[in-house]
Design a binder for this molecule. Sequence first.
Ligand code: SF4
Length: 367
Amino acid sequence: MKVRHVLGISGGKDSAALAIYMKTNYPDLDIEYYTSDTGRELDETYHLIDNLEIFLGKKILRLTAADNSPELPFDHFLKMYGGFLPSSNARWCTKKLKLEPFEKFVGSDPVISYVGIRGDEEREGYISKKSNIQSIFPFRKNIWSEDIVMKVLSNENISKLTELFKQIDTANSKSVRIQEIISTPVSNSFTQPQKLNQLLDLGIKEFNHLVFEFLKGTNYPLSRETDFPLVTNEDVLVRDDIFKILEESGVGVPQYYKEVAFEINGKNSTYARSRSGCFFCFYQQKIEWVWLYEQHPDLFEKAMEYEKDGYTWMQEESLSDLIKPDRIARIKEDYIKRTERNKNSNSPYLIDILADAEGEGCASCFI
Ligand code: SF4
């Protein structure tokens, strides 16, 4: 069975940049691009997807949950859940609107899924636990998923790895040291992350080649491929690289990242939205809710309409409380204090200040 290569576009900057990067660097890979449409995205997201389609020269497939329903996907499931709004502790929205349509789309086919987690991020970006779906992270030094690294570097596979390395070794100046590290068991004093980092530091290509050979004896989708061009990928891309890719390609940075100026009690600052996803996403920060209220009052109004029967988007306050003038002023002042503490003057993007929220949420919605 043919291995499928897929890449999900969330509407965020990283997955958009990854699509551009893959098309530019690996034009021979036949990648299927898709986006999971909740029906409640910002217009800027739909605009980004249109721009990307032009750059990629192919359609980005719209996956829609509950596509037979007369309602928008989010509203359909909200009704099913009795009006119970999703939250970080009960994130039915991601499961129903993103993960399930994705798993239906790939079915039981062997699939390589490219994920835009950057080289300067710590998170793993879990997408699916289905064994026919294998995630690859082209922007990171370590392109492999955690489960694969654990298998490859487990102590019980030391002799297998040693044998495989002998077969692929080109006997260069690093060979002896690589072999030593491979044969050193993981222990309390030599952890798996240390082992991984040392191998990657010695040679990303060598390590990738070794993993690729190792996978041939497994059921992972890549075991079916005779070669894989990303084995020789040594790129590590960080946040600034992402903005550069978006701007230089002509696709552009999603508009919601652009800073908007505001003034409060004689102090000036700027705000923006830090991520893609539904306009009412409960992961957004208070200042982003204020941004939505002031920049997209119609959407804020719609978000408010969802708050009923005691259900609210935030645990500790409702949206009607959040927009009281005193409350808005306090949120803005707190935000100004925070931005002054964290300011990174090298970056033109507020996302550096809102960055503490970046690791939250899930790969399907925000990358
Ligand atoms: S963007 Fe937020 S609200 Fe929308 S599906 Fe993702 S987690 Fe849920």
